[in-house]
Design a protein around this ligand. Structure first.
Ligand code: ACO
Length: 321
């Protein structure tokens, strides 16, 4: 059967690190409060010249080098972001031009923190439908540019960055590598709990992120546990079969609560939220790339990716490396 096999990964972070103590000079917060409630100790913040497109391009280049695939072979770029460089054209087209693989399909996906799962599900479907043979799937964000830096309930939670995967269509055996199953969901009834209060068609401004954190937290744990179970049933595996979970990095307590609901030890969960904070669509591929490069994720491993975010949107994908 034809599957989308993950051939490589890459990531990129801005040069500047901002610690909790530095933030505490700016808003009424403390390192202790942020660590205790979220597990975050620092985040990377984009500086002048660093944009969603530049971070995405750097992550894509690293993923191509890791895969040993030339950019010219890429015929699909799906880029998940809620912070594009411009309203249009899609940031994916900027990445395509920077890489010099012009001509294939390239578009952005907006599913906020679940964006990478939506992008992966879309690219995998297009590959299996014969519409693409080699794809770059990217999650890239500069959330620092849509934060209200006077709102301590949100500005301490987020960071900037990008991560990418290279997928290739390959004929594999049943037990071989590739994307095994993805499930995606949305419930627009909750869109006001986490939103940006501006946009081109309403205020004509970019707007700032607004969130009711406690309610987001409650929904996140329930929705994630459900979709993880749904993917396991669809693919015929159980939680005991999972080698690693690579979750969206919103909050250490959400990661721990979700692992507990699945009956998985927290040692099987890749955690980067302490250093990256919440990088929205970039967080899953950033964590995935870090764990692959440090040798935790190995060929043959069964890995669950999962995320939940604004909309609400949520989803999960089971992959064999
Ligand atoms: N520093 C100090 N105090 C703060 C801060 C801060 N940065 N932020 C809020 N507080 C105060 C509040 O004002 C409140 O004070 P009060 O009791 O005097 O009114 C108190 O701390 C408690 O506030 P809560 O919002 O109830 O705190 P909670 O324990 O719920 O933690 C948090 C807040 C960390 C946002 C939590 O609700 C959470 O993690 N929610 C999930 C949201 C999330 O991760 N969203 C990311 C996007 S969606 C996603 O990626 C899944």
């Amino acid at each position: 059967m034809i599957r989308s096999v993950i051939k490589g990964s890459g990531s990129a972070l801005p040069a500047r690190v901002v610690t909790n103590d530095e933030l505490a000079l700016q808003v009424d917060t403390t390192d202790e409060w942020i660590r205790e409630r979220t597990g975050i100790t620092q985040r990377y913040i984009a500086g002048e010249g660093e944009t969603t497109a530049s971070l995405a391009t750097a992550a894509a280049r690293a993923a191509l080098a890791d895969a040993g695939i030339d950019a010219a072979e890429i015929d699909l770029i799906v880029l998940a972001t809620a912070t594009p460089d411009q309203t249009f054209p899609a940031t994916a087209t900027q990445v395509q031009d920077a890489l010099g693989c012009n001509g294939g399909a390239a578009f952005d996906i907006a599913a906020v923190c679940t964006g990478f799962l939506y992008a992966l599900g879309t690219a995998d479907s297009m590959i299996r439908a014969g519409m693409a043979t080699r794809a770059l799937v990217i999650g890239a964000e500069t959330f620092s540019r849509i934060l209200d830096w006077e709102d301590r309930t949100t500005c301490v939670l987020f960071g900037d960055g990008a991560g990418a995967m290279v997928l290739a269509a390959e004929e594999v055996a049943d037990e071989g590598p590739g994307v095994l199953g993805t499930r995606l969901h949305a419930d627009g009834a909750h869109r006001d709990l986490l939103h940006v209060d501006g946009g081109p068609s309403t205020t004509g401004t970019v707007g700032k992120l607004r969130m009711k954190g406690r309610e987001v937290f409650r929904h996140a744990v329930v929705n994630l546990a459900e979709v993880l179970q749904e993917v396991l049933v669809a693919t015929g595996f159980t939680s005991d079969d999972i080698d690693w979970v690579v979750p969206h990095q919103a909050n250490r307590r959400i990661l721990e609560a979700t692992a507990k609901k699945l009956g998985l030890p927290v040692e099987k969960v890749i955690i980067t939220v302490d250093r990256h904070a919440n990088t929205s669509a970039a967080s899953v591929p950033l964590a995935f790339d870090e764990a692959r490069r440090d040798g935790r994720l190995k060929p043959g491993d069964l890995v669950m990716l999962e995320a939940m975010g604004g909309g609400f949107t949520w989803g999960a994908s089971l992959i064999r490396l």
